[in-house]
Ligand binder design. Structure first.
Ligand code: 1GP
Length: 227
């Protein structure tokens, strides 16, 4: 399964707290994107997650739950992504929630489906930045986090998260140079094909989220742009 992920280029991220029509959902699932992530920061409920899961399940695209709330976890996804927020100032978001999840669920966890992401949140205005009490890292900090994620923690994914704003392509390039085995995911502010191409030049996988809800047509075009 992981081999397959090595070939991924593009993911759409859907927020269970937001509305999407069946017609648009079908277009996303049939777009040729490599996967759909279900995830968000605020107002994540089990009902919202289950609703999206059952609707995405009509299509063959891989479906991933990015876990942000322990009360909104359900079986039925192809993969589960578990974030560890590297630049949080609180150990809680790096270690303690994950520790609790292992205590509660380790007997039913299938590790073939679970991928841990080393997250680095770089937009101070992002809800996730505030919620997890992040500190804004400089370039040296970010490249060192990337190095740690690969060499100390041996995680499969390093996620540069600019959620809500378009990031610094040069930083993405520098981070990519730091990584050999860990995949680099980039997400944040991609609203059109040109931005998708620019970030995909350095990142292994780009994630398109918010523009699905603000400019659907252009969001959809980002798939073909990077494939
Ligand atoms: C959010 O990285 C994703 O977790 C995508 O970001 O919503 O800004 O596209 P946007």
């Amino acid at each position: 399964m992981y081999k397959e992920m090595n070939e991924w280029k593009h993911i759409f991220k859907l927020d269970p707290a937001k509305e999407i029509t069946d017609e648009n959902l079908e277009k996303l699932c049939e777009s040729g994107t490599d996967a759909i992530i279900v995830g968000g920061t605020d107002n994540i409920t089990l009902d919202g997650v289950l609703d999206l899961l059952s609707r995405i399940r009509r299509f063959t695209v891989p479906c991933i739950l990015e876990i942000s709330d322990m009360d909104a976890i359900t079986p039925g996804f192809d993969f589960y992504f578990v974030p560890m927020v590297m630049n949080s100032t609180e150990k809680k978001w790096m270690m303690d929630i994950q520790h609790q999840a292992i205590k509660n669920y380790k007997d039913i966890m299938n590790w073939d489906e679970i991928f841990v992401e080393g997250y680095c949140i770089l937009n101070e205005e992002a809800k996730a930045f505030r919620k997890t009490n992040c500190e804004l890292p400089d370039t040296d900090d970010v490249t060192a986090y990337a190095f740690m994620v690969e060499h100390m923690f041996h995680l499969p994914i390093f996620y540069l998260e600019y959620s809500g704003t378009y990031g610094d392509a040069q930083l993405v390039r520098q981070v990519k140079n730091e990584l050999n085995n860990t995949l680099l995911f980039y997400g944040g502010g991609i609203e059109n094909s040109q931005q998708a191409v620019e970030m995909k030049e350095h990142a292994d996988v780009i994630i398109v989220g918010n523009s699905i809800y603000t400019d659907f047509k252009n969001a959809l075009k980002t798939v073909k742009a990077v494939k």
